[in-house]
Write a protein that binds this ligand. Sequence first.
Ligand code: G6P
Length: 472
Amino acid sequence: MNKTIIVSNRLPVKIVEENNELSFIPSEGGLATGLGSIYKEGNNIWIGWPGVDVQGEREQQEVTQRLKSLNLIPVFLNKEEIKRYYEGFSNEVLWPIFHYLSTYANYNYQNWLAYVQVNQKFADIILRELNPGDTVWVHDYQLLLVPGLIRLKQPEVSIAFFNHIPFPSQELFRLIPWRKELLRGMLGADLLGFHTFDDVRHFLSAATHLLPIHADANRLRVENRIVLAEPFPMGMDSEKFSRLGNDPEVLAHIQNFKQNFNGKKIILSIDRLDYSKGIIQRLNAFELLLSKNPEYIEQVTLYMIVVPSRDTVPQYKRLKDEIDRLVGHINARFRTFEWHPIAYFYHGYPIEIISALYNVADVCLVTPMRDGMNLVSKEYVASRNDNTGVLILSEMAGASKELNDALLVNPNNISEIRKALITALNMPKAEMEERMKAMRAVVFKFNIKHWVKIFMNRLQDVKQMQKNSMAN
Ligand code: G6P
């Protein structure tokens, strides 16, 4: 039986080490849920890094054995590989450039070599598992070279690639010293998926400017093979977030939160710690609101959850310090004996708490400087079963192309964010319901299952197009 091999930098499990014992907790991340229906079926598999440094052959064998029962195959990375491939190249070159922060990029030849070598390591494991007729679906910027490396050894195989982060304008992409190698790697795929039409446009522009290849609309010819680049805005598990609103544990958290908030309005902000998320600008906008509109003092609280992430990368460490300082400053400036403006949490939380917060928040404030899609905005909408609540969303998030009934803002315009907050906090119920209903229709129709289905169907179309063009 033919199988599908999913490949991403991280496996869809969290590995936790307690008392020298490793346990595997299935991840609740969007991708893991979405692709769960695929990798758990038949002889399909998911290949990726288990996220912890497992040393020693015996330990690695044990982890491999235990993951096997979950259809997961590990790619072990040593400390040096984590430092150079993951932190150094993926997160200090590709991440900042793809998010338009070229000044944050740190080009280092040794890190590039490690990126090549780890992509080859992934490709070798895929090739070991791959049989003729199988499909390989590679995910995200950490593995841009993998499609090309597979194609080299298996010219006929179906390969798809999906980029979960923005694809930058070619003027930025071309800054990367190894831009051509990266493009050639991506073009090993038959189908290249992006969240938005603009990402596709930027990719096509980079490919045709930097390589001697031709594009006919979104169809490229790469050594006589047709390759398609298309937008597939990623959905999420809307049913799950809607159902969680009736879960007894979530209902208990909701009641607790409501008691604590005591009638105050809640503005919710949830992100991974990342400079692409616009957290500083968001705090500046909230400070502006309190200083220009003192009528909101003691009336609103900004509930801000920042989930720790990549804290070994210097830019992230600096950002954490800056957020700590700014939250301290705003709280000290405006707090009263009864109230503090910002409840700031530097933790990850279980989905039941997150769902409860989505349910109690009057406003969800999502203002990234750049974001491939942004699933928080969609999760908030899917959670609002009673059609109340207001979403303020950055126009720089992929989700803004679909959720155009949100209050859309430019994340650099803090005065615009302040005005949007005022509009949101005073929005008449009828308008709120009208907007929320329209957004819910989108997130329920274009959910994660739909996304996987149309993507896989399109991959079959491309293979058919290739066959037809060979026959002509
Ligand atoms: C983004 C990327 C993912 C990545 C995730 C968490 O969503 O698109 O590929 O896994 O961030 O980042 P981390 O570096 O912890 O894997």
